[in-house]
Design a protein around this ligand. Structure first.
Ligand SMILES: NC(=O)c1ccc[n+]([C@@H]2O[C@H](COP(=O)([O-])OP(=O)(O)OC[C@H]3O[C@@H](n4cnc5c(N)ncnc54)[C@H](OP(=O)(O)O)[C@@H]3O)[C@@H](O)[C@H]2O)c1
Length: 332
């Protein structure tokens, strides 16, 4: 497993990270969750991503249990705050109150004294940015959080945060966590150029488009049993990728993958890592074999011919409009 700097910070992360959205505490039983984390550790993954909201706080508990007893210095534990974790008006968003309360609850569930990377899961249009950044900065000064980042923020929102942090001497954002894969490239035009200038790295999510880029969803066929597309809670998130056009094009990627000596899943993860502004790709898994397969994308260089061939096949199925990066106008 290779490591990369998280943006311009001194922190190194495994270029393939492991995340537990929709899986731990939800789609998979605890035994499978623990087996996936064990496989990730065994394969050299050191960076683990979760969020307070995943499985309504249960995912953090499972992650905490899975990582318990592992030498803390050998791990980078990342979590997030923003989406609702309770029914009250202050159980959500990026107010000082919710950030402080959520951070303490995450520390308890994750069974750790500090969070390596604490991320604002979306932009909060109802809280002054200065309030959010000061709360994050206080957590850093208290040693409860080591680095701060954001997720799915627009270029102008990241730029505003960098400016305020500079003016007020507050801790700076070192990362952004956007969706990024061969089909979903909405960060390329605005977010990446800004982040390159500001030394902010991308920790990208859904590098295999939730399983679609593995080629296991076939055009004209029902989704395989036991996949995210058949999971009660996961299916709603994956449907927009399950069009006949996309599924047919994914099958056409097979020769390029074979020529590169990779499976389609490995090709998809490796594709995200070709972008030098990407610090890590976060993979999800329901079985340890998936982790073991996907980590083989670490250290792979794809040729310029392969990259061009992939673009040619995917054509206008690729989504590039930066307007798709957005946060709720009011708190969810
Ligand atoms: N910041 C955000 O807003 C945000 C949003 C979403 C995710 N994330 C982060 O990104 C992480 C990864 O997201 P993701 O789970 O969508 O990533 P992904 O790696 O694109 O998809 C993972 C899913 O694909 C299937 N899969 C994985 N490897 C496979 C293989 N080799 N063969 C066949 N199927 C395979 C598995 O689902 P099945 O076996 O069920 O089909 C697995 O759960 C999350 O855990 C979370 O940490 C962040």
């Amino acid at each position: 497993m290779e490591h990369r700097h998280l943006g311009r910070s001194g922190l190194k992360v495994s270029e393939i990270a492991y995340g537990n959205w929709l899986t731990h505490g939800s789609q998979v039983e605890e035994e499978a969750a623990l087996a996936c984390v064990a496989a990730a550790l065994d394969e050299g993954i050191t960076t683990f991503d979760t969020a307070d909201v995943y499985a309504l706080t249960k995912a953090e508990e499972v992650m905490g249990k899975a990582l318990h007893g592992i030498r803390r210095e050998s791990l980078e534990i990342c979590t997030k705050v923003f989406w609702p974790t309770g029914g009250g008006p202050n159980d959500r968003g990026l107010s000082r109150k919710h950030i402080m309360e959520s951070a303490h609850n995450s520390l308890r569930r994750l069974q750790t004294d500090y969070i390596d990377l604490y991320q604002a899961h979306r932009y909060d249009h109802e809280t002054p940015l200065e309030e959010t950044l000061r709360a994050f900065d206080d957590l850093v000064r208290q040693g409860k959080v080591l680095y701060i980042g954001v997720s799915e923020w627009r270029a102008e929102e990241i730029a505003a945060a960098v400016k305020i942090a500079g003016q007020l001497g507050l801790d700076r954002i070192v990362s952004n966590q956007p969706q990024y894969n061969m089909i979903w490239r909405v960060i390329e035009s605005d977010v990446i150029p800004l982040c390159e200038r500001e030394g902010i790295g991308q920790i990208v999510w859904s590098p295999i488009a939730q399983g679609v880029l593995t080629g296991k969803y076939l055009p004209g066929a029902a989704p395989p049993d036991g996949s995210r597309a058949t999971d009660e809670r996961g299916s709603g998130f994956i449907t927009h990728f399950l069009t006949e056009e996309i599924l047919a094009k994914v099958q056409q990627l097979r020769p390029a993958a074979e020529q590169a000596g990779l499976t389609l899943a490995q090709l998809a993860v490796a594709w995200t890592l070709q972008n030098p502004n990407v610090s890590a790709a976060i993979i999800g898994a329901t079985r340890p074999e998936q982790v073991r397969e996907n980590v083989r994308a670490s250290g792979v260089t794809l040729s310029a011919e392969t990259m061009t061939e992939l673009d040619k096949i995917l054509g206008d199925s690729v989504v590039t409009d930066p307007a798709y990066t957005s946060s709720p106008r009011s708190r969810p």
